[in-house]
Design a protein around this ligand. Structure first.
Ligand code: ADP
Ligand code: MG
Length: 392
């Protein structure tokens, strides 16, 4: 989804007031009655209705008159609220090009006042799931009851909390900078997703490092659950950075062993296929004990015995138990259609539930071009204005 931030510059204080009112109304309504928006916004002389028409024209809200005259935010509207809040906070000043399209996110470069380029991940839960299930009507009806914006906000909150905690514990992850609504700001990783790498100087070392990370994560009480070549970035020195954490679970999750084994299996498979590392070679290198069946992969049970409590620390921090339960409900349902390692996103997005559709960005998903890091031009500079009423 193309993010055209131009309109952001022309939106007035009243526009944001009404946009924020729609957001507030969505806490209790899937479609917010226009009257309620008007009451929350509190603009004089029917001003709300005029503003709503402007927001609709800019595709920041969706109008629905099926049951009553009502509105809901589009993802673009939600993007604008988050971006404006972060710009007002001074986190960044301009939005640059799109650098990644994930299964359920869009990633853009943003630049700070001093020109530092960061990565902005906008979570878009419901995108693939919606696509995957659109033919199954019963399931779809059920899925619709999820509030995509709310789930995307949870995903961002979780990702931010986990990225921060993992960074604090010395894991190679992007630096967590800030988070608002469904948007996470983090350091830009210099490198490429491993899936794009055809050759490595030291495949054995990289394999060891990656396997070691899965084990060390579990020793800290956590499982990544989507640990594959799409979520591992590698730079020219073959240094690894792990990304993408919204689906992580604790080693005490009821399916922990399955998730752990699946992460390991993904890595074995990929290294075997891409770099011809055979199982025996791998087994010698990872130094695990054999289980007597010639299978010497890291064992979940032995790792779990030594597990620390980062999972519990996290549960006690920004990401609460209630939120974890809500996310897990979603992840569990999603697992039915899970196809790990399919971040390629080449379908059109015309069936997005809440998204405003603009032409797709020409950037190839997840690639880095020569001009990487230089694309946040002043052209897209967004003035921070104290008029924003959407800080939270
Ligand atoms: P999803 O959850 O949708 O799979 P990811 O977090 O895996 O999203 O990001 C999708 C793609 O965006 C990645 O494969 C990568 O190419 C790019 N990307 C994500 N985060 C960063 C970052 N911090 N720096 C550079 N590129 C990134
Ligand atoms: Mg990913």
């Amino acid at each position: 989804m193309k993010l055209d931030v131009n309109a952001l510059r022309y939106l007035t204080k009243d526009d944001f007031r009404v946009l924020t009112a729609v957001e507030m109304g969505m806490r209790n309504h899937e479609i917010v009655p226009a009257e309620l928006v008007d009451r929350i916004a509190g603009l004089k002389h029917g001003g709300t209705y005029k503003v709503l028409r402007n927001l609709l024209k800019n595709k920041l809200v969706h109008h629905d008159a099926t049951k009553y005259d009502g509105y809901r935010l589009t993802y673009l509207g939600y993007d604008f609220l988050a971006i404006k809040t972060l710009v007002n906070r001074g986190v960044f000043t301009s939005v640059g090009r799109q650098i990644g399209v994930g299964k359920e996110s869009d990633i853009f470069e943003v630049a700070t006042e001093d020109g530092t380029v960061l990565a902005m991940k906008l979570h878009r839960l419901g995108r693939t799931s919606f696509r995957a299930v659109k033919s199954k009507r019963d399931y779809l009806r059920h899925r619709r009851s999820f509030n995509w914006l709310y789930l995307s906000r949870l995903a961002a909150l979780k990702e931010f909390a986990f990225m921060k905690a993992l960074g604090d514990h010395g894991f190679p992850v992007p630096t967590a900078v800030d988070c608002n609504r469904h948007c996470v700001i983090m350091s830009l990783v210099q490198g490429y997703p491993l899936v794009q790498v055809k050759e490595l100087q030291n495949p054995d070392d990289v394999f060891d490092t990656i396997l070691g990370l899965i084990v060390r994560l579990a020793e800290h009480g956590l499982i990544h659950c989507d640990f594959n070549e799409f979520n591992i970035m590698i730079d020219n020195d073959e240094k690894i950075t792990v990304i993408d954490f919204p689906q992580m679970v604790s080693v005490s999750h009821r399916n922990a062993q399955m998730f752990f084994d699946r992460d390991i299996e993904c890595i074995y498979k990929f290294f075997n296929k891409r770099f011809n590392l055979t199982s025996e070679e791998n087994e010698e290198q990872d130094g695990s004990e054999s289980d007597g069946e010639g299978n010497s992969r890291p064992s979940f049970l032995s790792v779990k015995k030594a597990a620390g409590s980062l999972d519990k620390e996290l549960a006690a921090s920004g990401f609460t138990r209630k939120e974890q339960v809500e996310m897990e409900k979603y992840i569990d349902e999603d697992a039915e259609g899970h196809d790990s390692g399919s971040d390629d996103d080449d379908e059109d997005h015309s069936d997005e539930p809440n998204c405003t559709l603009a032409s797709r960005d020409s950037g190839v998903p997840g690639t880095f071009s020569e001009e990487h890091g230089t694309s946040c031009s002043g052209e897209n500079r967004l003035e921070s204005s104290p008029s924003g009423s959407n800080g939270d």
